[in-house]
Ligand binder design. Structure first.
Ligand SMILES: NC(=O)c1ccc[n+]([C@@H]2O[C@H](COP(=O)([O-])OP(=O)(O)OC[C@H]3O[C@@H](n4cnc5c(N)ncnc54)[C@H](O)[C@@H]3O)[C@@H](O)[C@H]2O)c1
Length: 385
């Protein structure tokens, strides 16, 4: 591994949505943040030679590979970044850790708790830094919510409410499997909206409101069979198209979570609201630079929901960007995560969420799916597929 003030040489695996989001973040971070080590786009891997060569040229990667094992074997790579479908995470992460690389993995950590446990064991056995890309923690308004909660402004928390709504799988003609549609194939994805969308909601909830003790859930698969792009046959659909669950948090508050890809009109409506004894907080991904806040202790003549435009220089991360009043967007959450990664590496500190942190989200997801299957309450941590 290169020494601490040397460039951090990235080996990226996957050139889709996240491959682009992360590459963009690595390229931008040093322009805006004081980085102890500058990321270098050293090599990128995808299976198609033509596609990966084009991607490497567009984004400025020095080398390309078509087999992730060859990328991990390179001695000019410090960090392996896993931006591939969920069924590949375990094998790549375990191999990268064994090779002594820093391991960065897209969410969800794995398809199952059992896979996640292997991954946690691998990075901890190798003693390599590791991190999972639950990027919404680094949206400045969400980071501000965390600060307000930690300052105790809400008082005792009663309710945590989260939703993640989309509408892109309603057509029964949509196939499952293969490029772009692996999310509909349970073998590749592990689960449907639970691992894909609720995992984000759960990660944020654990961060803002602490541990979840138990859950009860229902799921539905609205379209039972779809053409499978890889087999060419009509196959049963194994993912949950929609999931709703109730949760009891360790702090005594009640949680309600809902996600679906069948909410016509919603593209990526991730919202959460927290209601405390003194104050409430609400956030909406479609308006991500704002945080809504209501404080009952305000004088009644001015009491009401305020919409905080999170752009001032003293707001989380915002001092590094433009001037007050000018907002940033989705892509910047990844830039912030890279900045925090570089800072953590410099200080020799773990950068959250680590694999071990993300494994707790896996446990909640597993309890949710187990509860939906047997229609009982499940304690988090009792289930392992
Ligand atoms: N943090 C977030 O908000 C967020 C958003 C989207 C996706 N994700 C996660 O990121 C991961 C990738 O999702 P995506 O939307 O970028 O998918 P995608 O389908 O857009 O891209 C996947 C990429 O992986 C490549 N790939 C697949 N199998 C491979 C293999 N065996 N070897 C090398 N390359 C391979 C594909 O060619 C493609 O370039 C998933 O785990 C997903 O859950 C996270």
């Amino acid at each position: 591994m290169a020494q601490s003030n040397q460039p951090l040489r990235i080996g990226m695996i996957g050139t889709g949505f996240m491959g682009r989001a992360h590459s963009n973040a690595y390229r931008k971070v040093a322009n805006f943040f004081d980085c102890p080590r500058q990321p270098v786009l050293q090599a990128v891997c995808a299976r198609s030679e033509d596609a990966v060569r084009t991607f490497a040229a567009r984004w400025g990667y020095r080398h390309h590979e078509t087999d992730w094992r060859a990328l991990i074997a390179r001695d000019d790579i410090d960090a392996v970044d896993i931006c591939t479908p969920n069924d590949t995470h375990r094998d790549i992460a375990v191999a990268a850790a064994a090779a002594g690389k820093i391991v960065l993995c897209e969410k969800p950590l794995a398809r199952t708790v059992a896979e996640g446990a292997e991954m946690v064991a691998a990075v901890e056995r190798a003693g390599v830094p590791n991190m999972v890309w639950y990027n919404y923690r680094r949206v400045p308004a969400v980071t501000l919510a965390k600060q307000l909660v930690d300052e105790g402004r809400l008082g005792k928390v009663f309710h945590y409410r989260a939703r993640f709504l989309q509408d892109w799988t309603i057509s029964a003609d949509l196939p499952q499997g293969g490029a772009a549609l692996w999310r509909l194939d349970v073998a590749a994805a592990g689960s449907g909206v639970t691992g894909d969308l609720l995992a984000h909601c759960i990660d944020t909830a654990l961060w803002l409101n602490g541990e979840i003790d138990e859950v009860t859930a229902m799921t539905e698969t609205f379209v039972k069979e779809r053409h499978h792009n890889l087999t060419g046959r009509t196959e049963p659909v194994g993912i949950d198209d929609a999931c709703a669950f109730l949760a009891r948090f360790a702090n005594g508050s009640l949680g309600t979570f809902e996600s679906t890809r069948y909410a016509r009109g919603h593209k990526a409506l991730y919202t959460f609201e927290i209601n405390g004894e003194h104050a409430s907080i609400a956030w909406d991904l479609h308006d991500l630079h704002r945080l809504s806040y209501f404080d009952h202790r305000d004088d009644s003549s001015v009491r009401g929901w305020r919409s905080i435009h999170v752009t001032d220089g003293d707001m989380p991360y915002m001092g590094k960007w433009w001037v007050p009043g000018l907002q940033i967007g989705y892509e910047h959450s990844f830039v912030h995560q890279v900045a925090d990664l570089l800072d953590g590496l410099d200080r020799g500190q773990p950068v959250a969420p680590t694999f071990r942190d993300a494994q707790v989200t896996q446990q909640v997801c597993e309890a949710v799916l187990a509860s939906a299957a047997d229609r009982r309450w499940h304690h988090v941590g009792q289930d392992a597929r």
